[in-house]
Ligand binder design. Sequence first.
Ligand SMILES: Cc1cc2nc3c(=O)[nH]c(=O)nc-3n(C[C@H](O)[C@H](O)[C@H](O)COP(=O)(O)O)c2cc1C
Length: 186
Amino acid sequence: MNLDEVLDKRRALRSLDKVEISDEDIYKLAQAASLAPSCFNNQPWNYIFVRDQQLIDQIVESMPQGNQIWAQNASMIIGVFARKDDDCTLGDREYYLFDTGLATQNILLKATEMGLVAHPIAGYDKKKSMEIMKISHDYNLITLLVVGKKAKQIYQNLSDKQQVTEEKRPSRKDLEEFVYFDKYEE
Ligand SMILES: Cc1cc2nc3c(=O)[nH]c(=O)nc-3n(C[C@H](O)[C@H](O)[C@H](O)COP(=O)(O)O)c2cc1C
């Protein structure tokens, strides 16, 4: 797959089937993350790759219902965490979130190339998830990635809206809405 194909194929799908994920697979994902750029090469990102079914169940149980219904089929959940002090802060610019985002997008794209779905979510109980993953309080659990394999069929327990977005990617802003040439204009 070339880059355009990977970008096109990456989707936040919710109809997931179980798939075996090996240690080797995990190292491939981690290697992709490690190649991301970061401020002063600080590499502030951290990842916990959770495959233990009991732990996955506990994390999923603490999610809101709209995420529980599909995340319960996760084959792996990746906890993405970082702390401000591990990266540059230049005035009001806190780069740890940006840099961890760059590395995490590498994981999403690598997962896509490997035939996996890696779906980032913000809808989870941060406190409970950090307890389950034993992440200390000085870190920020920025997102969870719900990982699985695209199911052959769309799961009927998804909401109507969720079912639609399985087939049709949610629309994007027109490029004119966020692209400027030479200077910003309202
Ligand atoms: C930071 C972040 C938080 C998200 N939170 C959720 C979530 O809690 N539940 C969910 O179903 N999808 C969540 N998504 C997925 C987005 O809804 C999805 O990426 C967006 O609709 C675009 O669809 P696409 O990724 O398939 O192109 C999240 C994505 C990001 C990047």
